[in-house]
Design a protein around this ligand. Structure first.
Ligand SMILES: [Zn+2]
Length: 473
């Protein structure tokens, strides 16, 4: 830990910047490197996820995104930052995915899932989500998170390995840090603080562009409503609760003023919802398209369930979404044909002894709980049980604060040569795969650093105590 503190001090001296809202930040990855990571993650994403084959909807989303990013120069007070972001050429892609979600990456990449249209069902609401995601990028939240994780967590020496995008495990970690979520098996939600910043900055951006900021409240209310019905990933990272709505309302007068100024300047983006949006979205892809995507199908993914690794499962999880009997349009991300889909679907259903329909969370807990039996050490099983019971896994004795600190030390003490086999090391010693460890590590990180952000240092102090004890061993 001593080394890590030293590293942090050096970094604090060398890389303290302020967020667009004036908060001091620790970021030590260069903007250039972050942009490269963003662009490469987006390239992978485009290869792995089916893209909506409809220019009208792409134009509609790009119309909104362009209006929002056009305001970056007016929004950022630091001229250097403003010009860096202004010179970015932003790219917007609509992905076929029923999960209501959107993301923005450093390097000027914006992704919107088709599932988002069910909530962000008018331009103002869609602008709310896009403004929010772009604000994460402008605030360098991914950089901050990666900086914090790598410095505190796994040691600076790992940064270079992690930044080496040629290694697929690293690519997945980077994607997690960039906020690309559980498609890659790693879910790293932004902290409440980052979420709040993105909300407030995003609101100003959309209002400046001439979108009605009051619609943001409606959007989050709709999110909250849907959240009660279905456990989508976006909701676990973006709680649509009263606190969120209250803080939006708090800054509404300023945003409203910006909106009125925009109107006076005749900034009224003409981004019309395509009249046949729902029809387009429910049209199945052409036979020809299905054939080409099936040609790229990885036959391994069709192995019987016991043969499906966690990593593969992370890839196919969305293909198994089967909400309310409604089959996904394209069976993403591996694009199975109907017969293949039914086969896998039936296999899962059988093994789960569940009803005809099943959701992502069920598959998830099933995998953790059953399919993993015998593969995990006791520790892994206890955590799996917690997931299965819908409990906070940090509340289990298996991954107590002390244990968490111990594993962090174990990871950072691994010689460089072994860090490349992190997953195996973790599995052998603790019964976790690299992916699971990331999820668990994230739970604790959020708990400890989240509390510290709110001014409660109890856990942080306890962590430091365990830290000093562990380093003496
Ligand atoms: Zn967010």
């Amino acid at each position: 830990m001593k080394i890590n503190i030293l590293i942090i001090i050096i970094l604090l001296l060398s890389s303290c910047v302020t967020s667009p809202l004036g908060r001091p930040q620790l970021v030590f990855m260069s903007a250039d490197k972050m942009n490269k990571m963003g662009v490469s993650a987006f390239d992978d994403f485009k290869k792995e996820q089916p893209i909506l084959d409809n220019p009208i909807i792409h134009q509609y989303v790009a119309c909104i995104a362009n209006a929002v990013v056009a305001e970056i120069g007016n929004q950022l007070t630091d001229p250097k930052a403003a010009s860096a972001f202004q010179s970015t050429r932003w790219e917007t892609v609509v992905f076929l995915d029923e999960d209501p979600n959107a993301f923005a990456l450093p390097g000027g990449k914006i992704g919107v899932h088709t599932g988002l249209f069910q909530i962000a069902d008018n331009p103002d609401r869609l602008a709310t989500v896009i403004g929010h995601e772009v604000a994460h990028v402008l605030s360098q939240h991914a950089n901050e998170r990666l900086s914090q994780r790598t410095a505190v967590d796994i040691g600076l020496e790992l940064v270079e390995i992690i930044a080496d995008t040629r290694q697929s495990a690293n690519r997945d970690l980077i994607k997690g840090a960039l906020g690309l979520g559980s498609q890659f098996g790693i879910l790293l939600p932004y902290s409440r603080l980052h979420e709040k910043e993105a909300d407030l900055l995003g609101l100003q951006l959309m209002a400046r562009a001439g979108f009605n900021p009051k619609e943001s409240v409606v959007l989050w209310q709709k999110m909250g409503q849907l959240n009660k019905e279905k456990p989508f990933e976006f909701f676990s990272t973006h709680p649509a609760d009263e606190t969120r709505i209250a803080s939006l309302n708090e800054v509404m007068p300023t945003a409203w003023q910006l909106y009125q100024q925009a109107q006076a300047l005749h900034k009224t983006p003409h981004c019309q919802v395509p009249a046949d949006l729902n029809e387009i979205l429910s049209t199945p892809p052409s036979e020809e398209k299905l054939e080409t995507i099936q040609a790229n199908l990885d036959p391994q993914l069709l192995e019987p369930i016991e043969g499906i690794s966690f990593e593969q499962w992370a890839k196919i999880n969305n293909a198994l979404l089967y909400f309310e009997g409604k089959k996904p349009l394209v069976l993403k991300p591996i694009n199975l044909n109907q017969e293949q889909y039914d086969k896998i679907s039936a296999a899962w259903t059988n093994r789960m002894k569940a009803d005809k329909t099943f959701g992502l969370s069920k598959v998830y807990t099933y995998y953790f709980f059953n399919a993993s039996q015998g593969q995990f050490a006791q520790l892994g099983k206890e955590v799996a049980q917690a997931f299965h019971d819908g409990k906070d896994p940090t509340s289990t004795p298996a991954i107590s604060l002390e244990k968490w600190v111990e594993i962090r030390h174990f990871v950072s003490a691994l010689p460089k040569s072994k860090q490349k086999n992190l997953s195996k090391q973790l599995q052998d010693n603790y019964g976790f795969s690299f992916y699971e460890w990331n999820i668990l590590d994230n739970w604790w990180s959020r708990k400890v650093f989240g509390a510290a952000e709110r001014g409660d240092n109890t856990l942080l102090k306890q962590m430091q105590e365990y830290d000093s004890k562990t380093s003496k061993i």
